[in-house]
Design a protein around this ligand. Structure first.
Ligand SMILES: NC(=O)c1ccc[n+]([C@@H]2O[C@H](COP(=O)([O-])OP(=O)(O)OC[C@H]3O[C@@H](n4cnc5c(N)ncnc54)[C@H](O)[C@@H]3O)[C@@H](O)[C@H]2O)c1
Length: 372
């Protein structure tokens, strides 16, 4: 199969659909890979690295879209990219169609086969192509939060790990899933005192097994949340109710009563945030101060560490890219129900019920769409 990778064109997006190591695997499986010139340059992968991995270099995105049977990307296609998609061409990338009617309509009109990273499932009911970005964001939340605790950023001037004879900082993590556990790992590593609050006893048991007495686990009640956040130096918001907006676990009134210089990092901001006072920010201007509390609410945290994020994402997507290329798009989708769950639009039909109902567009079951 001829697999194409255009350069990402979304603002400040430096990740790339395939890193050279992934290209080498595809070539090893007998496939051809066409990379747009400069696609990996933002994260240190030059055209020559791709050529050495066995890829051909295309001068522009138009050539990639014209020739490739499957396009592999990172972010949802922008309008100019959607205009280049062809009937029956496969597109494998993050799509996030539910809040994006214009994109949904364009993908329907293109007649292409659109498989979204974010709805591919695994045998444990998880979303394996979302997890690597949650790992990145979780680890980064402590790094970003520790920086915000410095006086010059409006923080309370406490060093997370303390020093001998001086108490360390207290990190409270709301939601102990992928983001929360990765945040805990970094916070423990930096010597902080760490508390995780979750509403799932199974999650709390797992954290207890993993961290032992290095992390305090608490069941999520209003009492637990109020008492912990009032005594925290750094609070990480990492709750998720799949498919729904994040619950507002911390009210504006609670924020008003927090100690001056407390830092909140609301990782769940991409789902609306779990602090009532959270407003999405960008890497250009990541923080603001509200009632003396420093808020960091960047919705695309992994973009700041694009090289690590691209490699982590590629590790997760590569098995699926290989399966699609090796078996052919339709045969791969038919033989793997988890990959089929990623099919959002197929030759002019919406094949994901949530996307259909979000836009009031009729959707059909992906298996029936393939059989038709
Ligand atoms: N800002 C970013 O750049 C970025 C990057 C990656 C992920 N995220 C977001 O981070 C959030 C967390 O993602 P994840 O992969 O860790 O999800 P996850 O499903 O692995 O974990 C979420 C946890 O929240 C818990 N939870 C739900 N309701 C709760 C409540 N009321 N009280 C306490 N705990 C509760 C769940 O039990 C679960 O353990 C998501 O919104 C995700 O989209 C943001």
């Amino acid at each position: 199969m001829l697999v194409g990778v255009p350069k990402e064109i979304k603002n400040h997006e430096y990740r790339v659909g395939l890193v050279p190591a992934g290209v080498r695997e595809l070539v090893h499986h007998g496939h051809q890979v066409l990379i747009e010139s400069g696609a990996g340059a933002g994260i240190g992968f030059e055209d020559d690295d791709y050529v050495q991995a066995g890829a051909s270099i295309a001068p522009d995105a138009g050539t990639v879209f014209e020739q490739a049977e499957m396009i592999v990307k990172v972010k949802e296609p922008q309008a100019s990219e959607r205009a280049m998609l062809r009937y029956d061409q496969a597109l494998f990338t993050y799509l996030h169609l539910a809040p994006d009617l214009a994109q949904t309509k364009d993908l329907i009109a293109s007649g292409s086969i659109c498989i979204a990273y974010e709805t591919v499932t695994d045998g444990f009911g998880r979303l394996p192509l979302l997890a690597p970005m949650s790992e990145v964001a979780g680890r980064m939340s402590i790094q970003a939060g520790a920086m915000c605790m410095e006086k010059s950023h409006g923080g309370n001037g406490i060093l997370l790990g303390g020093v001998p004879g001086v108490a360390q900082g207290h990190v409270v993590i709301l939601g102990g899933g992928v983001v929360g556990q990765n945040a805990a790992q970094m916070a423990v590593g930096m010597g902080a005192r760490v508390t995780i609050i979750d509403r799932s006893l199974d999650v709390l048991r797992q954290i207890d097994r993993q961290f032992g007495n290095r992390v305090q686990t608490l069941y999520s009640t209003q009492d637990a949340i109020v008492s912990q956040v009032m005594n925290a130096d750094l609070i990480i918001g990492s709750v998720l109710i799949p498919g729904a907006s994040a619950p507002k676990l911390v009210s504006a009134e609670m924020v008003r009563e927090m100690r001056t210089g407390t830092v909140v990092v609301d990782v769940a901001i991409d789902q609306g945030g779990c602090f009532e006072t959270s407003i999405a920010t960008t890497h250009d201007n990541p923080t603001y101060i509200k009632d003396g509390v420093v808020h960091y609410c960047v919705a695309n945290m992994p973009g700041a560490v694009a090289r690590t994020s691209a490699a982590g994402l590629n590790n997760a997507t590569l098995p699926y890219v290989l399966e699609l290329a090796d078996k052919g798009i339709r045969a791969a989708l038919k033989s793997n129900a988890h990959l089929l769950a990623g099919l959002n639009v197929y030759q002019g039909k919406v094949t994901n019920a949530s996307v259909g109902s979000a836009h009031n567009i009729e959707s059909i079951d992906p298996a029936s769409a393939l059989a038709a």
